[in-house]
Design a protein around this ligand. Structure first.
Ligand SMILES: NC(=O)c1ccc[n+]([C@@H]2O[C@H](COP(=O)([O-])OP(=O)(O)OC[C@H]3O[C@@H](n4cnc5c(N)ncnc54)[C@H](OP(=O)(O)O)[C@@H]3O)[C@@H](O)[C@H]2O)c1
Length: 242
């Protein structure tokens, strides 16, 4: 018996990094998992790793019609986890506005539209896990648009939590700290990413970056704790406690 037996979980961004770890964890706990991402090759590799009958729907979450098609492909939604999207880093005077707009389109409107189409298919007892990042409350340089985005997602999660509580739908936000072993483009050559993250992590109280499995542990809690709603859960090795 798994804690998520009989649950149908949609996980956007489930083909790499944090979303993949959550998909693996939910599948091991008994959920029927459907992942979404843009790249079919990456998705197929992820599905082979997740096993347990998981399936994928190629989806660009920045395109509302594709999000609607993803939700149309399932009979109901018990768990919705929205991890799809990347990051953009750089000084405010050099990052083009189009890059910040694209980031908002994928990560803010992508998550909002997933909720828009999934909620009518969610019964009492179901749950939504949005994904932001600690930049929503911890100041990070060279991430002005991303910080604003994370704050917006946190606010969206709290608003949806009180809106959907009467329907018995819980809404929480997973707010990852620095997390390694993901496909995020940190703006440094691939061979230097490990050292780059270790340097950043020297300021983290736990002195290490997180790993996707840490985020999956938190997403499991948010899927199963029946009294958790309206939370922004920072999983960051103590970064935001300092
Ligand atoms: N890693 C960190 O330190 C960190 C910290 C704070 C917050 N976060 C956030 O956590 C979330 C997961 O990130 P991650 O670290 O696991 O990065 P990742 O390994 O790059 O995973 C991102 C996932 O989203 C998918 N994706 C990207 N754009 C998409 C789109 N438009 N439509 C559908 N799928 C899309 C990617 O697959 P395809 O490319 O195939 O579409 C991939 O599966 C992101 O929102 C990220 O910004 C990460």
């Amino acid at each position: 018996m798994g804690a998520l037996d009989g649950k149908l979980a949609i996980i956007t961004g489930g083909s790499t990094g944090i979303g993949l770890a959550i998909a693996e964890r939910y599948a091991i706990e008994g959920a029927e998992v459907v992942i979404a991402g843009r790249n079919k090759g990456r998705m197929d590799e992820a599905l082979a790793r997740i096993g347990h009958g998981a399936r994928g729907v190629v989806t660009d979450v920045g395109d509302e019609a594709q999000v609607q098609r993803l939700i149309d492909s399932v009979p109901r939604v018990d768990l919705l986890v929205t991890c799809a999207g990347g990051a953009v880093f750089g000084p405010v005077e050099t990052v083009p506005m189009s890059a910040w707009r694209a980031l908002f389109n994928d990560r803010f409107f992508g998550q909002l539209s997933a909720c828009r189409y999934a909620v009518p298919k969610m019964a009492e007892g179901s749950a939504i896990v949005l994904c932001s990042g600690i930049a929503g409350h911890a100041a990070l340089a060279n991430y002005a648009g991303g910080a604003g985005l994370c704050g917006a997602i946190n606010a969206m999660g709290r608003s949806l939590a009180i809106e959907l509580a009467p329907k018995g739908i819980r809404v929480n936000v997973l707010s990852p700290g620095l997390t390694r072993d993901t496909a995020i483009d940190w703006g440094v050559p691939a061979s230097q990413v490990g050292a780059f993250l270790d340097t950043l992590a020297s300021n983290v109280p736990m002195k290490r970056p997180g790993v996707p499995r840490d985020m999956a542990d938190a997403a499991w809690f948010l899927a199963t704790c029946a009294y958790a709603t309206g939370m922004v859960l920072d999983v960051d090795g103590g970064w935001t406690a300092v």
